[in-house]
Design a protein around this ligand. Structure first.
Ligand SMILES: NC(=O)c1ccc[n+]([C@@H]2O[C@H](COP(=O)([O-])OP(=O)(O)OC[C@H]3O[C@@H](n4cnc5c(N)ncnc54)[C@H](O)[C@@H]3O)[C@@H](O)[C@H]2O)c1
Length: 399
């Protein structure tokens, strides 16, 4: 199948690219690189042995997305593209409602116009709000504690309405628990821009000396060691879950909603000590107050995933820590390290020829690439246009 991955250059999306290609599918990436680095495409090329088809753009651009889907005869879409930082969603809620909700609506419009109505949606355990009885099953009450969680809840509702509107639509909602770890190669992994939002990348940064210590938010929860318990799932297991979901969806008459987790919880201190074993260093920490909105425990009921997808997570917490440390120690600056002014030749080749739109204009080039003699159509011009568009991200310049 030809599968469009919106946000396919991001953390989970890039691992899904590898898993889909390994399963014989053709991944096509649409990403605006708002939270990822084009270097990931070079890493994916090294892993797959061939360039990844990638289009630079936003899911909110209906015309572009529709054209991309028609050009590549896309059979299904996996919609990863969204903003995901809970804290930022509290301080900038409109940014989140706009990108996450409007982005989904525009994507669905493009899919409808292109006649492709199979969608797998990246949701989150955050839609269970304050939680309840553990393990959490898919029919547990839902809620939200921050604008990010609210966007996921609203997106699920939109997808439910779209699916009910016509039997042509098939929707798979995947609720991830806590993705962690990195690809075993150490070539791709989570690349948080500034302060990591999640525990594992934060621990990684303390382990490599980028941060002095970890703050454990509360050690007086009703859990064995008093710290919060979560269901961590290796990102490669998660990627494999997407492959199964997209395959099962193609053969199903209706959609489904599924938890993707391991069904097992680990406390903050358990993660910390397992990471210490993996990296062979002590990881300093301090105990701080509880964070508002945090629940004591959260882990998944994974029975539906096992029955419907015939999938289960196979990697342990130790595997996640070992792989996260390999990624962190080999890429201490992630993929955002200062890059040469001219991208490496391989990076230029990673984009598929064939786009014909005039790329973005800028204050310096108000007529876009037409202003510097760009003409649509040739592979040479294509590479030049992409280089021009990516220049700010590759050089760190912001025009
Ligand atoms: N990582 C987690 O802990 C976690 C947990 C639960 C759910 N999720 C969801 O999974 C999805 C993927 O998460 P991730 O961790 O890979 O995040 P990520 O930020 O690493 O990847 C998201 C990608 O989408 C791109 N993007 C954002 N808005 C876009 C737009 N409008 N058009 C095109 N591209 C756009 C970003 O540049 C980035 O490459 C998100 O929807 C997220 O909410 C993530």
């Amino acid at each position: 199948m030809n599968i469009l991955l919106t946000g396919g250059a991001g953390y989970i999306g890039s691992h899904a690219v590898v898993a889909l290609a390994a399963a014989g599918h053709t991944p096509i990436v649409l990403d605006d690189f708002s939270n990822s680095h084009p270097q990931v495409l070079e890493r994916l090329r090294r892993l797959l042995g061939v360039p990844v088809r990638c289009e630079l753009g936003s899911v909110a651009d209906v015309t572009r997305t529709r054209a991309l889907m028609e050009r590549h005869q896309v059979h299904a879409v996996i919609h990863f593209a969204a903003y995901k930082a809970v804290g930022e969603s509290v301080s900038a809620p409109l940014k989140y409602y706009d990108n996450n909700i409007r982005g989904l609506v525009r994507l669905l419009q493009a899919m409808d116009a292109a006649g492709c109505r199979n969608i797998v949606f990246s949701s989150s355990a955050t839609v269970y709000g304050q939680g309840g009885t553990m393990p959490i099953a898919e029919d547990a009450p839902r809620g939200h504690t921050n604008p990010y969680g609210h966007t996921k809840l609203v997106c699920e509702e939109i997808l439910g309405a779209v699916q009910s509107s016509s039997r042509a639509w098939r929707v798979a909602i995947l609720r991830y628990f806590n993705p962690a770890g990195a690809h075993v190669s150490g070539l791709i992994g989570e690349d948080p821009g500034e302060v990591p939002n999640n525990l594992m990348p934060y621990v990684s940064q303390v382990a490599c000396g980028k941060r002095p210590y970890l703050v454990v938010h509360g050690d007086d929860y009703p859990t064995p060691d008093g710290t919060g318990v979560r269901d961590y799932i290796h990102v490669e297991d998660l990627a494999a879950g997407h492959v199964r979901a997209v395959e099962v969806l193609a053969d199903s008459v209706e959609g489904f909603t599924i938890n993707l987790g391991t069904g097992q919880g680990h406390s903050v201190l358990e993660v910390l000590h397992t990471y210490e074993e993996a990296c062979g260093r002590e990881i300093p920490y301090r105990v701080g107050p509880r964070r508002p909105g945090d629940v004591p425990t959260c882990w998944a009921d994974v029975s539906r995933a096992r029955a419907l997808l015939e999938w289960r997570a196979t990697r342990t917490l130790h595997d996640m820590c070992v792989d996260a440390w390999r990624w962190q120690s080999r890429n201490p600056e992630g993929l955002r390290r200062p890059a040469p002014v001219r991208p490496e030749p391989a990076t230029q080749r990673l984009f598929w020829p064939g786009r014909t739109e005039i790329p973005y204009a800028s204050p310096r080039e108000p007529r876009g690439l037409a202003g510097i003699g760009w003409r649509p159509g040739s592979a040479w011009d294509w590479e030049k246009s992409i280089r021009w568009q990516l220049r700010p991200r590759l050089t760190g310049e912001h025009p």
